[in-house]
Design a protein around this ligand. Structure first.
Ligand SMILES: NC(=O)c1ccc[n+]([C@@H]2O[C@H](COP(=O)([O-])OP(=O)(O)OC[C@H]3O[C@@H](n4cnc5c(N)ncnc54)[C@H](O)[C@@H]3O)[C@@H](O)[C@H]2O)c1
Length: 389
C-alpha cells in the first residue's frame, strides 16, 4: 500500500463523533470519493478506501480525478446523524470548495450531502479552473437533470452502481463458463445490493440469499427480488411482512453458510477474513462493497482458487456516471449512462480475467498492476500563493 497524500482528522464539538478526510492523490488538482458513516469507521479504513478510489478512477478511464474518501465514526441511524454529517462537511469545506469532490457512501445519502453543499453555494465541488469551464458547468447541469430521472422505475443514481456490479458478475461467470441460473448470495440490500440483486434476477440468476443489518433471508428456489426491493426501507432493510411462507429467516452472521455459486458482499469491509474465508462456498466472489476481503482473507481465497473481481472494477457505476456526464464523455440520457456502465464493467472484467488466466495469477494481484494510479499532483489554488514560490 502506498502512503496517502493528505489525512485530516476531525473531532465533533457536540458529540463523540470523529471523522477523517483522506486524499490518496490529486489529478489536475481534483479528487473524488464518498463519505461513509458507521460506528466502526477508523482512520486506517478511510486510508485504504481512499487508495481504492484512486484505482477506481483509473478503472473509470478518468484523466481528471484522483481518489479520496471521508469517514465518520458515528451511528448513521442516530437522530442527529444529519447534523453530525453537516458539521463534518463544514469543517472540510475549504478542501471541498477547492477540488475535493465528496459524494455519498455507506450510511449517508447523496441528497443530504448536496443539501449541505447547497447551503454553501456549492453544487458539485470543483477546482478553481473547472468553475470557469463552461463545458464542465454544462455537464453539471446535465448531471443534475439526470439525477431526477428513473430507470426501471428506480432513480438513476440508485441503479448505476448495483447494475454495474451485476454486469461484472455476469461477465465473470460467463468467462468461467458457469452454468445457467447460477445461485447468488448477496450481503447488504442498500443502494448497491438491492439494485445488483434486481439486475441479476432479471438476467436469470437465482438470488438464494440476501442479508441486511437485521437478518438473512434464504430460499433455495430463488427469492422474489422485485417484491423485496419494492418493500425495503430507506436504510436498505427488508420487510419481513412481505416474505413468502417458504422463505427461511436466519441471523445475518450465517450468510456464508448458504450454498451458492456467486457471493457478492455489498455492505461492510473485511467481512471475508481469516476467521471465515475457509467456509466460502462460491467459486466466484464479486466485491461490490469496498475492501470486503481482508488481507488474510485474501490469502486463503487465493489459495483455495476462488475467482475474484475487485471492488474498484465492479463498483464504478456512480463514479463513472458523474465523470462521464460532467466531463462530456457520453450522451446525457439515462439509457446512455447505463449502456456506458455495462460496456465498461464488462470490458474491465473481461480484460482482467483474460490477463489473470494468461499469467496464471490471482485476479487481484493482476488488477493492481493494470489499474495502478500513476499521477499525484497538488490541490489547485485560485491565486498563486507567494510563500509557495
Ligand atoms: N452507493 C454507491 O454508489 C457505492 C459505490 C461504490 C461502492 N459502494 C460500496 O458498497 C457498499 C454498500 O454501499 P451502499 O451505498 O449500498 O450502502 P447503504 O447504506 O445504501 O446499504 C448498506 C446495506 O448494508 C446492510 N448492512 C449493514 N450491516 C450489515 C451486516 N452486518 N450484515 C448484512 N448487511 C448489513 C444495510 O442494512 C444495507 O442494506 C459500501 O462498501 C460502499 O462503500 C457504494
Amino acid at each position: 500500500m502506498s502512503k496517502p497524500h493528505v489525512v485530516i482528522e476531525w473531532n465533533d464539538t457536540e458529540t463523540d463523533a470523529k471523522g477523517w478526510l483522506v486524499v490518496h492523490n490529486f489529478v489536475k488538482g481534483y479528487t473524488g470519493g464518498g463519505t461513509r458513516m458507521h460506528p466502526s469507521v477508523t482512520k486506517e479504513e478511510v486510508i485504504r478506501l481512499a487508495e481504492t478510489m484512486a484505482y477506481k478512477y483509473v478503472a473509470c478511464e478518468s484523466d481528471t480525478t484522483g481518489g479520496c474518501k471521508a469517514g465518520i465514526a458515528y451511528d448513521y441511524k442516530a437522530p442527529d446523524a444529519y447534523d453530525v454529517l453537516r458539521r463534518f462537511l463544514i469543517a472540510m469545506m475549504p478542501y471541498i470548495d477547492t477540488g475535493v469532490s465528496l459524494g455519498a457512501d455507506l450510511g449517508t445519502n447523496y441528497e443530504d450531502i448536496l443539501n449541505i453543499f447547497n447551503e454553501f453555494g456549492i453544487d458539485i465541488p470543483l477546482t478553481p479552473s473547472m468553475k470557469n469551464d463552461l463545458s464542465v458547468l454544462k455537464g453539471i447541469k446535465q448531471f443534475d437533470d439526470l439525477l431526477e430521472t428513473r430507470v426501471d422505475g428506480i432513480p438513476l443514481n440508485d441503479v448505476v452502481t448495483g447494475y454495474g456490479v451485476a454486469f461484472s458478475a455476469d461477465e465473470a461467470w460467463k468467462f468461467k463458463n458457469g452454468k445457467d441460473e447460477a445461485k447468488v448470495v448477496i450481503q447488504g440490500f442498500g443502494s448497491v445490493g438491492a439494485s445488483c440483486a434486481l439486475k441479476l434476477y432479471e438476467l436469470g440468476y437465482q438470488v438464494v440469499g440476501i442479508s441486511d443489518a437485521n437478518l438473512l433471508v434464504t430460499c433455495d428456489e430463488g427469492l422474489d427480488v422485485r417484491k423485496l426491493f419494492n418493500h425495503k426501507n430507506e436504510h436498505g432493510e427488508m420487510n419481513q411482512h412481505y416474505f413468502e411462507p417458504h422463505y427461511t429467516v436466519m441471523s445475518n452472521t450465517e450468510w456464508l453458510d448458504v450454498d451458492c455459486d456467486i457471493l457478492i458482499p455489498c455492505a461492510l469491509e473485511d467481512v471475508i477474513n481469516q476467521s471465515n474465508a475457509n467456509i466460502v462456498k462460491a467459486s466466484l466472489i464479486v466485491e461490490a462493497a469496498n475492501i470486503p476481503i481482508s488481507t488474510e482473507g485474501d490469502e486463503i481465497i487465493q489459495k483455495r482458487g476462488i475467482d475474484v473481481v475487485n471492488d474498484y472494477i465492479v463498483n464504478i457505476g456512480a463514479t463513472r456516471f458523474s465523470e462521464a456526464v460532467i466531463f462530456g464523455l457520453i450522451d446525457s440520457n439515462p439509457k446512455a449512462v447505463v449502456d456506458d456502465i455495462e460496456k465498461l464493467c464488462r470490458k474491465n472484467t473481461h480484460h482482467l480475467f483474460t490477463e489473470a488466466k494468461r499469467q496464471n495469477r490471482y485476479q487481484k494481484d493482476v488488477a493492481h498492476e493494470i489499474f495502478k494510479p500513476e499521477i499525484s499532483d497538488l490541490l489547485e489554488f485560485s491565486k498563486p500563493y507567494e510563500y509557495l514560490t
